[in-house]
Design a protein around this ligand. Structure first.
Ligand SMILES: Nc1ncnc2c1ncn2[C@@H]1O[C@H](COP(=O)(O)OP(=O)(O)OP(=O)(O)O)[C@@H](O)[C@H]1O
Length: 232
C-alpha cells in the first residue's frame, strides 16, 4: 500500500499538499489542470523532490531516506528517456544496470521484457529507427524488467495519436494487472482515466485529493473536476 502522509512540497511560489493512501494493485489516474501539481506529486513519490513536511511510505516503510533508485518505484516520462546511440536492448538493459554490465541472465530478462511489450526481434534497433509507439514500448519494457511494485507514469503517451494511445493504455493496464503493480498515471485526458483507472486522484490548485472510484467521480464530479472537464 502507498501512503502519502501529510505531504508538503514547497517551491518558491507553489505548494503541493497531499494526504491519501492507495491500495496495492490499484490503477490510479492523476487528473487536473496544467500547473496544478500532478508531476510534483509523482516526483515526490519517486524521490526527486524532498518534502518540506510529511512522508511517503510503501507497505509502512518510510521512503524518505531512500534515493530514487533505491525506492520500490519505476517512472516513465513523456519523452521516454531513450538514449539515441544505444540499441533498443541496451536502452531496456539500463533498467537493470546503469553501466550496462549485463550478465547472460540479464540479457534473457531484457529479451523477455521486449517480448512482453510486443517488441521481440527489435532489440538491435536504435530509437531513431522506431516509431513513436515502439519507443513508448521500449520505455515500458525498461520499467517492467525492474520489477518494482509501484509504476509511475507522467503523461507517457501524450505524443501518440488516439489509436496508439489506447493501445498503449490497454497494454499498461494489462501488464499492471499481470504483474500486480500499483499504477499511478498522470494524464491530461479524462478518457485515459475512464479507460483504465480504478480510481482518480484529482489535483487542483496545489492540493491532491484522495482517490475516488473512477465511475463515481465522473458520475458526480466535484466542482473542480467539472470545471476542468468544461461542464460548468
Ligand atoms: N523545480 C521547480 N521549481 C519551482 N517551481 C516548480 C518546479 N517544478 C514545478 N514548479 C511549479 O510548480 C507548479 C506545479 O507544477 P507541476 O509540473 O507539478 O504541474 P502539473 O499539474 O504536472 O502541470 P502540467 O499538467 O502542465 O504538466 C507549477 O506552477 C510549476 O511552475
Amino acid at each position: 500500500m502507498l501512503t502519502v502522509e501529510d505531504l508538503r512540497i514547497v517551491y518558491e511560489d507553489f505548494t503541493l499538499t497531499a494526504d491519501f493512501t492507495v491500495e496495492t494493485g490499484r490503477k490510479v489516474a492523476i487528473l487536473g489542470p496544467s500547473g496544478a501539481g500532478k508531476s510534483t506529486l509523482l516526483s515526490a513519490i519517486a524521490g526527486f523532490e524532498t518534502p518540506a513536511a510529511g512522508r511517503v511510505l510503501w507497505d509502512g516503510e518510510d521512503l524518505g531516506p531512500k534515493a530514487p533508485g533505491a525506492r520500490p518505484v519505476s517512472v516513465i516520462f513523456q519523452d521516454n528517456n531513450l538514449f539515441p546511440h544505444l540499441t533498443t536492448a541496451q536502452n531496456v538493459g539500463l533498467g537493470l544496470s546503469p553501466a550496462l554490465r549485463l550478465s547472460p541472465a540479464d540479457e534473457t530478462k531484457v529479451e523477455e521484457a521486449l517480448g512482453q511489450v510486443g517488441l521481440e526481434g527489435l532489440g538491435g534497433r536504435k530509437p531513431g529507427a522506431l516509431s513513436g509507439g515502439q519507443m513508448a514500448r521500449v520505455s515500458l519494457a525498461r520499467a517492467l524488467l525492474r520489477h518494482k511494485p509501484l509504476l509511475l507514469l507522467d503523461e507517457p503517451f501524450g505524443a501518440l495519436g488516439p489509436a496508439l494511445r489506447v493501445e498503449m493504455l490497454d497494454l499498461v493496464a494489462d501488464l499492471a494487472e499481470r504483474t500486480g503493480a500499483t499504477l499511478l498515471m498522470v494524464s491530461h485526458e479524462p478518457g485515459d482515466a475512464r479507460r483504465i483507472a480504478d480510481d482518480v486522484v484529482l489535483v487542483h490548485d496545489g492540493e491532491a485529493h484522495p482517490p475516488v472510484n473512477t465511475a463515481e467521480i465522473f458520475a458526480n464530479p466535484p466542482a473542480e473536476l467539472a470545471a476542468y472537464l468544461g461542464d460548468s
